[in-house]
Design a protein around this ligand. Structure first.
Ligand SMILES: NC(=O)c1ccc[n+]([C@@H]2O[C@H](COP(=O)([O-])OP(=O)(O)OC[C@H]3O[C@@H](n4cnc5c(N)ncnc54)[C@H](OP(=O)(O)O)[C@@H]3O)[C@@H](O)[C@H]2O)c1
Ligand SMILES: *[C@@H]1O[C@H](CO)[C@@H](O)[C@H](O)[C@H]1NC(C)=O
Length: 335
């Protein structure tokens, strides 16, 4: 028994080390295929929610480099300004290297947006409509993962409230601006974990029972159903909407997961060996936001910059419509 356990442990450790070594030596660049030519996004305005951390930050950095005006929709101004300052410095450092192809870089703007507050979403959108003449790309990226049971300002279960409802209201309030800027794009960041979710209409706020992983999966399934219903509604407008899963990426998303101190080094090794870096994880977001290859494509699900198939439950049109209608009532959009 002990020998078998030791052997398994050794094999696991050996495997991890081998992968780590391969990763270290291997051509990492091959995993980056979402980017485009410098200047590709020049003159375009992009809004990224949760752009101060992880995937959103890496997406902002690349779209900035491609010349976009990037609006960082963030709940904490201090954290967001700090991230924006770092991104500007990184960009400048990159530009000072001799690079004949370097185009005009874009600019970064921080605006306050707390998706756990409908009031904040409305105030944010009002400011956007007053101050931004156009919006070419909206990236619904912010997310919260497996937090303890909490409610948003408006009484929604936090993961459903932030990941789905906050973005639902945000998108609806910005649709007019996206339409007047067409051709324009909406990009929704979901997760493969949608597979373990279900839209249980009878308890959307988890008042009867709360399972943090089910609720995360449910919110990510909602992201996909939302995308498909919105794509249907946007037919003929030249506004497209697509959804993606980034793959497992080293970010701050796991902040609510407690890993025992003793296991931490092993976890760090495994995550370093197996997880994507934020830049790698952001490639599909960048691709869907900027690549000419997906012009006109709408209502699809992507991973690693390629279209992927969905489970039938994520393609159920009647559930998608019902979720849309209920979401309208929950966020108080009057018809
Ligand atoms: N990392 C992965 O392996 C993975 C896998 C599948 C899907 N995803 C998805 O990828 C997206 C980005 O996550 P990440 O991995 O980059 O995690 P992250 O580093 O934790 O970034 C999440 C961002 O969302 C923001 N956010 C959280 N609650 C918010 C609220 N109420 N209002 C506004 N912004 C809020 C965070 O702001 P603060 O910094 O202020 O907290 C942060 O900027 C999420 O939608 C997640 O579900 C990630
Ligand atoms: C959509 O784009 C096409 C091609 O540019 C254009 O002909 C058409 O008028 C546009 N439709 C709308 C509703 O803007």
């Amino acid at each position: 028994m002990a020998v078998a356990t030791a052997a398994a442990l050794l094999a696991a450790l050996g495997g991890a080390l081998w992968l780590a070594a391969r990763r270290f030596v291997g051509p990492r660049v091959q995993r980056l295929h979402g980017g485009g030519a410098l200047g590709l996004m020049h003159g375009k305005t992009v809004l990224i929610t949760g752009a101060n951390s992880g995937l959103g930050r890496a997406t902002a950095a690349e779209l900035l480099r491609l010349g976009a005006r990037v609006i960082m929709g963030c709940r904490d101004r201090v954290r967001a300004e700090e991230a924006a300052g770092q991104l500007r410095r990184e960009l400048q450092a990159g530009e000072s290297r001799p690079d004949p192809g370097a185009g005009e870089a874009g600019e970064l703007v921080v605006r306050e947006l707390d998706l756990a507050s409908l009031r904040s979403v409305r105030a944010f959108c009002q400011e956007m409509l007053q101050e931004e003449p156009r919006l070419d790309v909206l990236i619904n990226n912010a997310g919260i993962f497996q937090c303890p049971y909490t409610k948003t300002e408006d009484g929604f279960e936090m993961q459903f409230g932030v990941n789905h409802l906050g973005h639902f209201l945000l998108t609806n309030l910005l649709l007019g601006l996206l339409k007047s800027s067409a051709p324009s794009r909406i990009v929704v960041v979901s997760s493969k974990l949608y597979k373990y979710g279900d839209i249980n209409f009878e308890d959307l706020n988890s008042e009867h029972s709360y399972d943090k992983s089910f609720c995360y999966s449910r919110s990510k399934l909602a992201n996909i159903l939302f995308t498909r219903e919105l794509a249907r509604r946007l037919e003929g407008t030249n506004v497209t909407v697509n959804v993606l899963h980034p793959g497992i990426t080293r970010t701050n998303l796991g902040r609510h997961i407690h890993i025992p101190l003793l296991v931490k080094p092993l976890f760090n090794l495994v995550s370093w060996a197996f997880f994507k870096s934020p830049v790698e994880g952001a490639q599909t977001s960048i691709y869907l936001a900027s690549s000419p290859k997906v012009e006109g494509v709408s209502g699809r699900y992507f991973g690693d910059c390629k279209e992927e198939e969905l489970l039938p439950k994520a393609m159920d049109e009647s559930v998608a419509r019902k979720l849309w209608d209920i979401s309208e009532v929950m966020v108080g959009i009057l018809k």
